[in-house]
Design a protein around this ligand. Sequence first.
Ligand SMILES: Cc1cc2nc3c(=O)[nH]c(=O)nc-3n(C[C@H](O)[C@H](O)[C@H](O)COP(=O)(O)OP(=O)(O)OC[C@H]3O[C@@H](n4cnc5c(N)ncnc54)[C@H](O)[C@@H]3O)c2cc1C
Length: 413
Amino acid sequence: MAASNAGPEAAATAAGHRFNFDVIVVGAGIMGSCTAHAAASRGARVLLLERFDLLHHLGSSHGESRTIRDAYPKAQYPPMVRLARRLWAEAEAESGYSVLTPAPQLSLGPRSNASLLAAVRSAGAEEADLTRRWGGAFRVPDGWVAAVSERGGGVLNATKAVAMFQALAVRKGVVVRDKTEVLGVRKALEEGGVVVTTSTGAEFRGAKCVVTVGAWASKMVRSIAGLELPIQPLHTMVLYWRIKPGHERELAAESGFPTFSSYGDPHVYSTPSLELPGLIKINYDGGPPCDPDARDWADGGGGVAERVARWIEEFLPDHVDTAGGPVSRLSCMYSMTPDKDFVIDFLGGEFGKDVVVGAGFSGHGFKMAPAVGRILAEMAMYGKESTATEAGVELGHFRINRFEGNPLGNAAN
Ligand SMILES: Cc1cc2nc3c(=O)[nH]c(=O)nc-3n(C[C@H](O)[C@H](O)[C@H](O)COP(=O)(O)OP(=O)(O)OC[C@H]3O[C@@H](n4cnc5c(N)ncnc54)[C@H](O)[C@@H]3O)c2cc1C
């Protein structure tokens, strides 16, 4: 879908530019696509490089639904969600695409769960009368909280959202190359900036580079800078379950059924029935560790379907069918940091502020991607730390370790 310009390097040289590009973005998932769009919107000449086909299913940004909510246990995220929500709306208006379906957000869990209570407070959520609101769908044990937030939550159509930002980026002049794996990023010592080398044999010169390679971030940062990022890829499953006959409408987004998070063990989350009529997505928040280059596609995620089935039988027994397991499964990856906070930082060392890293989105970054893209673009273009700190991002939160002689190093945070 995204077109590419013929000979942008030659055009840059002819125009007397010192670099082929002002910003080279590596990785065209949702974070890279938003970053490329944000940088081009600020006047930068941008190259977006993707290892696989555009909109592939091998990373973390594919599929048809992601929750957007501002019920968050940590205070730094709701402002970023609110900024992102505004930017989602602007992108929808600019592109003509519709990617966000509004829905209330229901937070469930034991009254003793501190994260749940903090999330409920952050969203201004109110205790819900579940029977009045959603009939007899939910069965919640005594001692549990059930709180609803009506504020700006919903469901994002994930692959379509990536396509939207790529289309907008191309419209603003971003050059896109897919099937182009970045093999290296090095400092251009004499002329300044960076040189990005690829599997196609091409070399691109850029003033700045932004690395948004999802679950591959640790490997790439290790290979280009000898630094160890504490990011662990997880193999996660998207599970769709059949709604029991007669209840399809009740659990549909158009009837006001909520996105929900059930805190505690297992941590389960869901989006209302929308993309596959008659089915509802109910997932486990996590999965076993994996190597993004050696994935076991037959891996069912370490028994998560069984755990989710048991949860459904306890909490939504009359409405969702668990017999025979989920009717559709899709593999995905989380990129987990030790505390689930994002890695947004300058690479430092010999690269100084020339390379910016956005990674470790820990299974909850999609909703904030337009805000993250803006932060990464402004960090790269202006070298500004304030953009990130104003958004509540603590640079250096994961003090990146230089390893000496031990390529596995010790993850530091
Ligand atoms: C099952 C599941 C459910 C989720 N639910 C939610 C949710 O409800 N709400 C929410 O906010 N978030 C959610 N998330 C998290 C969210 O989807 C991720 O945080 C987000 O998609 C991460 O995007 P990314 O761009 O960092 O990674 P990716 O989408 O993986 O993009 C990285 C890109 O870099 C490319 N790449 C890698 N190496 C190279 C290279 N050497 N050269 C060139 N390109 C390279 C990859 O091919 C890939 O396209 C969920 C994630 C999963 C897996």
